[in-house]
Design a protein around this ligand. Structure first.
Ligand code: CO
Length: 633
């Protein structure tokens, strides 16, 4: 039995005791390393049952470790029970079926060392004029699976090089194109060099913090200060957060980053669990770098790279921070101070009306609770912001910023990239995120309706052709629920309670409003589409299954494909009136602009969940007018 809440993130002490249990079981003989180490989801029924009277929670507290022997490549998926002090299960991966464990921290240094030591690669660099490699930075890129005989079984990465002419230079501005080293991470050597073409290394200085590039700082922006003299309106008790009728618990994991649990509004459940458990960034240049596609979550572990946030820079106002605890390659805990930011923001007008008949003029301010974190994965930086509004709206916004991935610009009018500096190209790419939304709208029994809108042709019931209707399709089986957005029909998906009705006798519900952006553009027969099957649709609905956590499968790195959502839905389960999970793919197809260089202004994407007949009327009538400037009208 445990006293800690079963949804709390794993603590440093828990990581250490889990490691102790694995060591005693003989799983950690050197050189075994942790490619991932995190908390397994607690049993849902035990969580919903609540704590027992004296003995604490009945839920078994379990840690999961992805272990790699860096000499043999043997990879083991191990689960330990902290509650029972024992190893629960181990499974050895079959690389041909399962792929490889995620990239280790130590892989990056290893890659730099062995690449720079390889004679073939050195010769190719020397031909390009780089004898001295002290200015060269290597970039290890996950390999994917392309069916090439010597690529697809070994644990490997592909390596590109960048020139960093001085200590503060922006190396991404100076790609060495046409040359890649393929590194075997177990043999610890380069096993292949591809040297396909030579293009001049772009030379322009892009150090965006160099006064010679940016000019003097502007002095015309006057200060804006956010003050909350009475403190914030939320309360944070451990990982339990509440604000204006909302309540939820905050979780964090090295792989998926921030997660939110048991989100409820006015004591009515809305979401059991919400997170962004996968993302892939496929690049669209077919020449040479056809293999470039990062699964930042499943291959690199986006949570592990969470930033420490700084007050006044990253978040404004009365902030509450939470630290995150992840682990290093040895399974030793590492604390990321101030990783998660909780604050509230004024968000303009909530509602407003000046009545032509009764003369009443009233205005109310919207406000939102923000739970966020930022992560840096290589060249890109991603902010994940969950917003909770006074009117019951939930929004997820991803802020993409940082540095575009670059290559040399091959020729004017190139079809797959934008020239962003002289001779410097930013290839077209997509950012495909997957949100896992374990919905719980007024209880576990939920169903999903697809709602389109359309006009109607002129006819006997519509003589002037002005009719507007909703076209509602109930998605009753998993096979029917792989759906795409349709902006021309205003397509939304409504998650309804099959047990509770509002005062109009209609099911209480929340509606998912997607952004109408393309799904995965890679050919359905491509190696990438097999591995990023989740991104083929904007919506999937599955019956809840605790083993179905990761939309591209448990093991993403060098997985040959077919894992994750396509496999989850193959059984075609009933999803009508069941405990269901929505999986929403979203994100931009990024055609880089010159203005995205040398550092990219934040590009936003995400989705919105709005109460739809969840309440019987506007739930914010009781919000008081702002005290300082507005009268009661
Ligand atoms: Co982009």
């Amino acid at each position: 039995m445990n006293s800690a809440h079963p949804l709390d993130p794993a603590s440093a002490e828990e990581y250490l005791s889990g490691r102790e249990i694995m060591a005693k079981a003989g799983l950690l003989a050197s050189p075994v390393r942790f490619a991932y180490y995190g908390l397994d989801d607690a049993d849902k029924a035990a969580v919903l049952a609540g704590p027992g009277s004296e003995s604490g929670w009945a839920a078994d507290r379990r840690l999961r470790a992805y272990l790699v022997n860096t000499d043999t490549g043997e990879s083991t998926d191990a689960v330990v029970s902290l509650t029972r002090g024992e190893v629960v299960s181990t499974r050895t991966l079959d690389p041909a079926q399962d792929g490889q464990m995620p990239i280790l921290d130590s892989d990056f240094a290893l890659v730099e060392e062995v690449t720079k030591a390889d004679p073939g690669w050195r010769a190719a660099m020397a031909r390009r004029g780089y004898e001295d490699l002290s200015q060269i930075r290597t970039c290890a890129i996950t390999a994917g699976v392309f069916g090439v005989a010597d690529d697809d079984r070994r644990r490997m990465v592909r390596v590109l090089a960048f020139v960093m002419p001085h200590e503060h230079a922006l190396a991404w501005a100076h790609p060495v194109d046409g040359l890649a080293a393929y590194v075997d991470l177990i043999e610890k050597k380069v096993f292949k060099v591809t040297d396909e073409f030579e293009l001049p290394v772009p030379a322009e200085n892009s150090d965006y913090d160099d006064e010679a590039v940016r000019g003097p700082h502007r002095t015309t922006l006057k200060p804006v200060e956010i003050t909350q003299p009475d403190g914030p309106s939320f309360t944070l008790d451990g990982y339990a957060l509440s604000w204006q009728g909302w309540s939820m618990r905050i979780g964090f994991d090295a792989r998926e980053g921030l997660s939110l649990h048991q989100v409820s509004l006015q004591d009515r459940p809305v979401l059991y669990r919400a997170s962004i458990p996968e993302m892939v960034v496929p690049y669209g240049d077919p020449k040479f770098r056809h293999w470039q596609a990062y699964f930042d979550t499943g291959e690199y572990l986006v949570g592990k790279f969470a930033n420490s946030l700084e007050l006044g820079c990253d978040c404004l106002g009365e902030i509450a921070y939470l630290d995150a605890t992840v682990t290093d390659d040895t399974g030793a805990p590492r604390t990321i101070p101030n990783a998660i930011c909780v604050h509230e923001e004024d968000f303009g007008i909530l509602w407003k009306h000046t009545d032509v008949f009764n003369g009443s003029a009233q205005s109310r301010r919207q406000r939102r609770l923000v739970v966020s974190y930022f992560s840096t994965v290589g060249n890109y930086d991603y902010g994940f912001y969950w917003y909770f509004y006074l009117d019951g709206t939930i929004e997820l916004e991803v802020k993409a910023t940082g540095i575009l991935f670059t290559s040399a610009y091959p020729h004017a009018g190139h079809a797959h990239s934008t020239e962003v500096a002289p001779g410097l190209a930013a290839p077209y790419h997509q950012h495909m995120f997957s949100a896992r939304l374990d919905m719980n709208v007024d209880g576990q029994a939920n169903a999903v309706e697809e709602v389109d809108v359309s006009g109607q042709p002129i006819g006997p019931d519509n003589p002037y052709g002005n009719a507007i209707v909703q076209n509602v399709t109930r998605l009753t089986r998993e096979s029917q629920a792989g759906r795409r957005t349709d902006g021309t029909r205003g397509r939304t998906w409504r998650i309804i309670s099959t047990e509770r009705a509002n005062r109009f006798g209609r099911p209480t519900s929340y509606t998912l409003y997607p952004e109408p952006t393309p799904a995965l553009l890679a050919d359905p027969d491509s190696p990438l589409a097999a591995r990023a099957g989740f991104a083929a649709n904007h919506l999937w609905v599955t019956r809840y299954d605790p083993d179905q956590r990761w939309p591209a499968g448990d093991f993403v790195n060098q997985n040959p494909g077919g894992a994750g959502l396509p496999a989850f839905t193959a059984g075609d389960r009933d999803i009508d009136g069941q405990d269901i999970v929505l999986w929403h793919t979203f994100g931009p197809t990024h055609i880089p602009r010159p203005e995205d260089w040398p550092v990219m202004p934040v590009a936003r994407c995400g989705f919105v969940l709005k109460p739809t007949g969840f309440f019987d009327r506007n739930p914010t009538l009781d919000v008081a007018p702002p005290a300082a400037h507005c009268s009661d009208g």
